[in-house]
Each structure stands twice: as structure tokens, then as C-alpha cells.
Design a binder for this molecule. Structure first.
Ligand SMILES: [Zn+2]
Length: 333
């Protein structure tokens, strides 16, 4: 199988063609690009009537930006990969419970209790004044790192015969807020950039506004669920964190000691939290069951719950491994 970036004017028909040729869709980037895995002979022939590996010069600015982010991610795959480290070896990314987490999946919820089917994801970049600005190439870098992080999950899903693809959007809000000098709480800092970003896109600044962002991208993508992340250079109480049960996630571009080149790994870990997978490197509750979907499991790959811990993104910055218990936590039975 070979991975291809395909441009199409008709996503549905192009998807059907890829599937009829024995391939499958990993990602959809904006409205006209598909990242597909197809049998090698199909890739060589590039024989699709509704899709082509050639990106036309008439493609939209958004499509060209998505394509640049994709090729940035492919180039990074060829570079030497960082040493696998426990999250505790540097500053560990964090996660938080939400008080209404069980209500989040009831009724017409934009959130999916499991990481399955088609999931819409949006990068919301908060670009501030001066040194807080996010340039277009930095936004492409963020997207390229997210693409690698999402491909980790999609490739793991493929190995486990789980249907999963992501529909990726990005949006940049240029805001005037200055950097807070200290953070008395997580919200005290993230609201400084998240609220004007939500307003710039026409959403309210409360939880309802956040839920509406998820609903909006879910509807536009015709997806089964949605989540989104704020990315900025603003001060945060902690450099990276996510909320269980749908997000959002908040990430600083500098990515603390991990650096921007490992946003992919930190992001992939946080996506695990968004879909209810707990940490395995510390503070584990060994008798609690996790997962919101059709299957649940104890945190049996946590270092305090086993004497033979296996490799896992929920334990290390490891884009090669996903353990059995994390699979159950995100709904892969
Ligand atoms: Zn974590």
C-alpha cells in the first residue's frame, strides 16, 4: 500500500473510487484534499477519474496551505526520530476531567464517546500582537504536526480493523490581547486568547460556544464526532493539556522541553485523553474502569498496575505503540 495526497472537486465520489480500488481514506484536509492509502499499482497509475495527485494551480489558498502542511509532515517522517522517552522525563502533558462529562454524549452531542468513524478536528490558532503572532508557515507547521499525530491514530485503527478517519480544518484568529503575566488558574490564562479567538469566529466565549464550534465542524464534515484545539504562543498554566470526553485541548507552540518538532507526539497523547484514555506514567487508579463507549477497561498498562508495562502513547512520546488497554478506553474492543 502507498500513501497519496489527492486533490478532488468531489470528495464523495473520489472517496468511493479510492475504496473501490482497495484503498482507504486516512484524512481529509479541508474541502478538496484526501490523504489515502491505496495499493501500489493504483498509486503508480494514478488512475482516478475524480481525483489526482496533481494539485492544480487553481486550487484554493486553503488547499495549498493544507498541501504544504502535508508535505512538511511527510518530510519529517524521513528525518531521524527523537528517542522514545517517558512523559515524566520532561514536563508531562496534562489532562482534566469535566464535571458534566457523562452528559456530553447524550442527545445531540457534537462529541463522540469513541474514537471511531469520521471525526472532524479543527486547529484554532490564536495569533496575538508582536512575538505572540503565528505566521502562516508556523500555522502550516502546527497542521503538519497534527497530521502526523492523527496519522498515528488512523494507522493504529487500520491495524486493529477499526474504521477511523479525520477531517482536518484550520482557522487563524488575529487578536489584540496581551500576554498575561501570571496564571492564577488554567482558565485565567487560556481565556485570554481562547475567548477572543472564539469571538473572531462568531462563537460565544462560554462552554456553549465551545460546544457550538465542535457542532459546526461536525456538521460541515458530516462527521460522527468532533473536537478542536487552541494553539498559540500565549502563556498557559501548563504547556499542553486536554479535557477528557471531547476536549478542547490547549497547546503552546514552543511545546516546552519537547520543542515544536514534537508537537505531533504531545498532540497524539492529548488526543488519547480527548477520547477518554487515561495516563499510564503516573497517578493511576488500578481498579477504576475507563472508557465511555461499548467497551471499558482498567488502566492495566499503567506503571503502578503492572510489572510488565508495554509501549504506549499514553506512557511515552512513542508514535509506534498503542497498548491493549488504551485501545479499549477509546472504544476499540
Ligand atoms: Zn497525559
Amino acid at each position: 500500500m502507498e500513501e497519496m495526497l489527492l486533490h478532488t472537486e468531489n470528495i464523495d465520489e473520489a472517496t468511493a473510487e479510492v475504496e473501490a480500488a482497495g484503498g482507504h481514506i486516512l484524512l481529509q484536509l479541508g474541502h478538496n484534499l484526501l490523504v489515502a492509502k491505496v495499493p501500489s499499482y493504483v498509486a503508480k497509475q494514478n488512475s482516478f477519474s475524480q481525483a489526482s495527485a496533481h494539485i492544480p494551480s487553481s486550487a484554493s489558498v486553503q488547499s495549498l496551505s493544507h498541501a504544504n502542511a502535508y508535505w512538511m509532515a511527510r518530510e519529517d517522517e524521513l528525518k531521524p526520530q527523537p528517542t522514545v522517552q517517558k512523559w515524566t522525563e520532561r514536563t508531562a502533558p496534562m489532562a482534566f476531567k469535566r464535571e458534566d462529562s457523562d452528559k456530553r454524549f447524550q442527545g445531540e452531542s457534537p462529541y463522540s464517546p469513541t474514537m471511531t468513524g469520521k471525526i472532524a478536528f479543527a486547529i484554532l490558532a490564536a495569533s496575538g500582537p508582536g512575538s505572540l503572532a503565528i505566521s502562516d508557515s508556523e500555522l502550516q507547521k502546527i497542521e503538519s504536526e497534527c497530521i502526523t499525530g492523527l496519522k498515528f491514530w488512523v494507522n493504529q485503527a487500520q491495524k486493529n480493523v477499526v474504521s477511523l478517519s479525520f477531517y482536518v480544518y484550520y482557522g487563524k484568529a488575529t487578536i489584540s490581547a496581551s500576554n498575561p503575566t501570571s496564571c492564577s488558574s488554567y482558565a485565567a490564562c487560556h481565556n485570554v486568547f481562547a475567548n477572543p479567538t472564539l469571538q473572531a469566529f462568531g462563537f460565544s466565549t462560554d462552554q456553549t460556544g465551545r460546544d457550538q464550534v465542535a457542532q459546526h465542524i461536525k456538521d460541515r464534515a458530516g462527521a460522527d464526532g468532533a473536537f478542536f484545539g487552541f494553539f498559540s504562543k500565549y502563556r498557559q498554566r501548563h504547556f499542553a493539556y486536554a479535557y477528557f470526553g471531547g476536549g478542547p485541548l490547549y497547546m503552546q507552540y514552543s511545546n516546552d522541553g519537547w520543542g515544536s518538532d514534537q508537537i505531533d507526539r504531545v498532540f497524539a497523547h492529548e488526543v488519547g485523553h480527548v477520547f477518554n484514555a487515561p495516563d499510564e506514567y503516573t497517578n493511576c487508579k488500578c481498579s477504576t474502569s475507563y472508557g465511555k463507549g461499548s467497551c471499558t477497561a482498567r488502566n492495566s498498562n499503567c506503571k503502578t498496575c503492572t510489572s510488565s508495562q508495554g509501549g504506549c502513547i499514553m506512557d511515552k512520546n512513542d508514535l509506534g505503540n498503542l497498548c491493549q488497554s488504551s485501545k479499549k478506553h477509546i472504544g476499540w474492543c
